[in-house]
Unconditional design. Sequence first.
Length: 335
Amino acid sequence: MRLIISLLLVSLFFSCNQQKAPDVSEVKIELSVHRFEKELFTLDTNNLAPQLDQLIARYPSFGENFLATILNTDPKWSGDTATMYVRDFITAYRNVYDSAEKVFADFTPYENDIRKALQFLKYYFPAYKAPHNIITYIGPLDGYGDILAEDAFIIGLHHHLGKQFSLYASPTVQEVYAGYISERFEPAYIAVNCMKNIVLDMFPEKSEDQSLIIQMVEKGKKLYMLSKLLPGAAENKLIGYTEKQLKDCYAHEAIVWDLFVKNGLLQTIDNNIIKNYVGEGPKTQELGEDSPGNIGSFAGWQIVKKFMEKNPATKLPELMAIPAETIFEKAKYKP
């Protein structure tokens, strides 16, 4: 009986981010949604130039960035050349837009997910000025995706059409976004990506001359914060694993930790070694073909959880300010 109960608890633990979340229903959030892609793809391409100018003017911050950064138009081009380039993009990406129209016929659920996450953000970090706008767009499949701007969450719907979307398997896309990344091109990652960008904005990466264990714990802190902002999200999505990958990580947690301890990796500052364990990767070489990458972040997350189990009175802003060395020492993590 004990074994059955334990397995059930583990299943709940890895499949859902089960936490007792504070009541944030009274936290007021201003949030507006603007569907840029709808406006762009419904322009009359036979009379594009003046309509495009009007559209860009309606998006004073994002519009110019869309042309220059996302579509890579050159400021040196003539107006006619730039207009023709945008017309070609609209024509070439019509099928992507049509797919997005089906998947996101109703964007309300995703807006609500972001709104709820912003309520938790404001609850924990009331001084942080989060964007009050959501701008959805469609860009090149091998280009930018979700972006955090000062005034808006910029959401690339072309990266959320479902992992089975046929064009994700094209060589052009796979060259930039390998299968283990395009596996996450799902609608369910919209709020996760938005909040990840917030976490990184508040707590930027600082990896210079830091040991692997410090970087692991810092990554773990960010994942723990993300779980607090999205308490209803599946844990595997927070770290970007499949359900099976995360289940296997928990089932072999001691083996994962031994990888670092027995090989004397924790104190290394060699970035050529560190990059194999934190950050994106298709697998962890030493753990086999089916293992996920970024395994150091998984271990760091478990260290932070252990620290919080032992120090439950620690508030989230306090946790994020505690040095990684202190968290590691006090957690006494040993799976």
